[in-house]
Design a protein around this ligand. Structure first.
Ligand SMILES: Nc1ncnc2c1ncn2[C@@H]1O[C@H](COP(=O)(O)OP(=O)(O)O)[C@@H](O)[C@H]1O
Ligand SMILES: [Mg+2]
Length: 284
């Protein structure tokens, strides 16, 4: 046991600064567009010359593979079990960017033994050299699994829609995250399915006003994404909206968000994502 934790510490130290930006895509309520935005954002970032890996961290409702029209055979659970190599669960989508499918492995992350953490971290180290962005499509809600992915990220994007219940739930998630938030993590709100940019801005301002009053801090505005009928049509046909319908308002807004992620300032991280994930895990 001692040996393992020593080896783990050593490995973590070795990793040093990471070369990629981790963006968690999260929300209080399901069905607000996390997965849709994640896959389209991956495409937009790739078009800007970035190498992207999506981690589907939604165990119950994970559907990145469906949106990408892929049927992956293996997942992170197989890597944790020592049965598959990390390269066998990092799939390359037909669009070029990569993804790790959802699995029960995600659920187990919080309860891994030191030895399993070690195995996972050294595997992930192998793939980290090939990516510029890791997008984490988290589950909805305010439980530990969601929160720990967010807290370890460079940027957490909390998505809401104009729906009052979505706003309430996303506000609750933002409040919870702000309670544990490391100074290195940036917390931003992205308003999806708006009818106008102005509507999105007003929703953000309303959330931020209450947030400021109760916490004394402010939320970042990550912009908004307009609603478009083409999004549903694309999903039914297993198309990527941004590829098939690049001129829709939806695609335009996703591209703006991608550009924002490239040009915006991210505080430099001293520690690697997985070190942050495993060493700062909070229990809620
Ligand atoms: N900007 C948008 N315009 C129109 N429909 C959207 C938009 N964003 C998401 N949707 C639709 O909302 C539904 C839920 O999206 P999904 O990405 O699965 O949400 P989540 O991952 O948050 O549960 C999907 O049917 C999707 O087509
Ligand atoms: Mg989803």
């Amino acid at each position: 046991m001692h040996n393992h934790s020593y080896a783990l510490k050593h490995l973590i130290k070795d990793e040093g600064q990471q070369g990629f930006q981790v963006v968690a895509i999260s929300s209080g309520k399901g069905g607000v567009g996390k997965s849709t935005i994640t896959v389209n954002l991956a495409y937009a970032l790739q078009n800007l010359g970035k190498r992207v890996l999506i981690l589907d961290a939604d165990l119950a409702l994970g559907n990145v593979d469906i949106l990408l029209d892929e049927r992956p055979k293996y997942n992170l659970g197989d890597v944790i079990a020592g049965e598959r190599n990390i390269n066998e669960v990092v799939y390359t989508s037909k669009y070029g960017f990569k993804f790790i499918p959802a699995s029960s492995g995600i659920e187990k992350l919080a309860n891994l033994s030191r030895q399993e953490q070690l195995l996972l971290m050294s595997s992930l180290k192998e793939i980290a050299v090939d990516i510029d962005f890791m997008l984490i499509d988290t589950a909805a809600g305010i439980d530990e699994k969601v929160v720990n992915f967010c807290l370890a990220s460079d940027r957490t994007t909390v998505i809401t829609t104009p729906d009052p219940t979505a706003i309430t739930d996303s506000y609750a998630l933002a409040r919870l995250l702000s309670k544990y938030k490391p100074t290195t993590m940036e917390l931003g709100i992205l308003v999806n399915m708006v009818s106008s940019i102005r509507e999105g801005r007003e929703i953000f301002l309303g959330m931020n006003r209450i947030f400021e009053r109760f916490t004394g801090n402010t939320l970042e505005f990550y912009g908004c994404i307009r609603a478009d009928k083409k999004v549903n049509e694309s999903i039914r046909k297993r198309w990527l909206t941004i590829e098939k319908f690049p001129n829709t308002k939806f695609s335009e807004d996703v591209r703006s968000f991608a550009e924002f992620l490239l040009t915006g300032e991210v505080k430099p991280q001293k520690d690697n994502f997985w070190k942050r994930f495993f060493s700062n895990m909070v229990k809620i």
